[in-house]
Ligand binder design. Structure first.
Ligand code: AMP
Ligand code: MG
Length: 275
């Protein structure tokens, strides 16, 4: 039987504890932890209002940078999640970067160079749609660099993320997990629905054939790089409404923990009258 977890405990339930084992084939991508669509959509409205207010104060205060990393296999819903979460935010103070196949310029640098230039400034939220994690995922699956090279990257990534968090950045990472049947449905839909054709690339099919290799790479990545400083959350993502609920709630509690405050007014403002 599926567990029932109240909204304010979703973060605790879905956070990957550092050092724990991850077995995606035993993880139910369709679970909703006791929530149903109708009540979730109601909570969503409240979450959205809260996110809007938190982000405004974060931006006004200009003290804390926040980095949100989204990873997931093709069609896991990274774009849809961004659309949903961003709905709550003022675009000023929020940047989305989508990391694609590296350009020759990017490839001529170390793999962290292109991501480091997009980390958030104080008061800003940066969302990474794919990230430096591609360099232990697609790069591993396709053998773009030797194993000895990508294997060192787990520690390098932990060190780099720790540097950012020690310097004040808050990092949250979401792995959106759909199962193989759900990916089939979504890819087929991209072929059948003319308004979604643009999302389909014939290269998606050979990638799907590497499902097991990707899952092995995801598992090791989640096990090696979920840290107290920069935790991964494993989100059951077969149902978009539950994925949105979980991600919105976890982002909300992350911002809430920072307790952003409007900065104090200029001294003497109470005596100023505009004429
Ligand atoms: P999409 O997110 O659908 O626009 O696709 C972006 C593509 O870029 C995906 O196929 C990723 O696997 C690929 N990609 C992203 N980062 C890297 C990287 N570091 N090395 C190779 N391919 C990458
Ligand atoms: Mg794609």
């Amino acid at each position: 039987m599926s567990r029932s977890v109240p909204t304010d405990k979703l973060g605790d339930a879905l956070r990957i504890k550092p050092g724990s084992k991850v077995q995606l084939d035993r993880f139910d991508a369709g679970q909703t932890l006791g929530h149903d669509k109708t009540s979730a959509q109601k909570v969503e409205g409240e979450l959205e209002a809260s996110l809007t207010s938190l982000q405004e104060r974060l931006w006004a205060e200009a003290k804390h940078p926040v980095l949100i990393v989204l990873q997931g296999i093709d069609a896991a819903g990274k774009d849809g999640t961004i659309r949903k979460v961003l709905d709550a935010f003022n675009p000023m103070g929020c940047d989305v970067t989508s990391f694609k196949v590296p350009t020759p310029l990017e490839l001529s640098h170390d793999y962290l160079w292109r991501v480091h230039s997009h980390v958030p400034a104080k008061g800003s939220i940066a969302i990474f749609n794919r990230s430096h994690y591609e360099d232990v995922l697609v790069v591993r699956v396709h053998g773009f660099v030797p194993e000895a090279t990508w294997r060192k990257r787990y520690d390098q990534i932990n060190d780099w993320e720790r540097t950012l968090t020690e310097e004040g950045t808050t990092i949250v990472k979401f792995f959106l997990y759909i199962d193989k049947d759900e990916q089939k449905r979504r890819l087929q839909d991209r072929i059948d629905d003319p308004t979604k054709n643009w999302k389909f690339k014939s290269g998606d099919l050979p990638e799907r054939a590497l499902w097991d290799e990707y899952i092995a790479a995801f598992q090791e990545c989640l096990e090696r790089t979920s840290t107290d400083a920069a935790p991964w959350y494993l989100i059951p993502a077969n149902r978009n409404w539950f994925r949105n609920l979980a991600v919105s709630r976890i982002v909300e509690e992350t911002l809430d923990r920072l307790d952003p405050q409007y900065p104090p007014p200029e001294p003497g403002i109470d005596k100023v009258v505009v004429d």
